[in-house]
Design a protein around this ligand. Sequence first.
Ligand SMILES: Cc1cc2nc3c(=O)[nH]c(=O)nc-3n(C[C@H](O)[C@H](O)[C@H](O)COP(=O)(O)OP(=O)(O)OC[C@H]3O[C@@H](n4cnc5c(N)ncnc54)[C@H](O)[C@@H]3O)c2cc1C
Length: 230
Amino acid sequence: MTGTSPLPPLSATPRTEHRRLRGNGRTDRAELDAVLRAGFVCHLGVLVDGVPVVLPTVYGATADTLYFHGSVASRSLRDSPGAQVCVTVTHVDGLVLARSVFEHGVNYRSAMVYGVPRAVTDPAEKLAGLRVLTEQAAPGQWDYARPPSRKELAATVLLALPLDEASVKIATGFPEDGAGPDGELPVWAGVLPIRTTLGAPVPDPALRPGVPLPAHLAARPEDRPADPEE
Ligand SMILES: Cc1cc2nc3c(=O)[nH]c(=O)nc-3n(C[C@H](O)[C@H](O)[C@H](O)COP(=O)(O)OP(=O)(O)OC[C@H]3O[C@@H](n4cnc5c(N)ncnc54)[C@H](O)[C@@H]3O)c2cc1C
């Protein structure tokens, strides 16, 4: 996925048109790319037997497709192909602490994608999609670890959701009560930033002696850029 997408900007549909807090809405597709690229866990909302189910699950994104996967035994994944779903990706960037409890908030980047996923059955596309998903969560692991066997592939369902109908919302900044009457209150106000960071690798106790840490994992977490394009 690239930050400069060849795809058209996000256009509002009846479902994706922002109504509340419109100022936080974004229509640049590059902003959708950036939100999706910054994470690897989404929430997949789907009706299962008429009841809404929201499943936290790993995803991978290309410029035009969101892939997610799981066991063929997963009811929510089994019921998704051909059904309307809504997928959300959320990054919480900070707690916005105001003088009044009412004005407290959250700084965030979030995306919602609507559509009808299809089950990927073509073997080459299935491997390619699983690669995207694996590399997004753990860059370098697809070529390093053992590839999936035919039996493992058969036990895995891979869904592809087009990024045709999506919305993005980004909230930044400070509480809004500083300029109003509450600005006079002797109450500290500001932002507590929230960051998600990788820790140092912890070897599996069952690791065979002499197996070195691969180079793609050996880089100290703090040395890894948060965004490969930064
Ligand atoms: C971490 C986090 C915490 C939040 N906490 C609260 C809270 O406590 N209370 C609260 O009222 N709101 C909260 N929000 C904002 C919330 O997600 C909605 O944007 C807001 O409540 C407006 O909802 P609505 O259904 O009235 O939006 P509408 O404007 O009616 O939504 C119309 C369409 O806009 C799009 N849209 C709406 N919200 C988002 C979004 N967040 N990301 C991407 N697309 C979106 C969707 O496509 C949606 O169908 C939070 C958001 C995040 C990311």
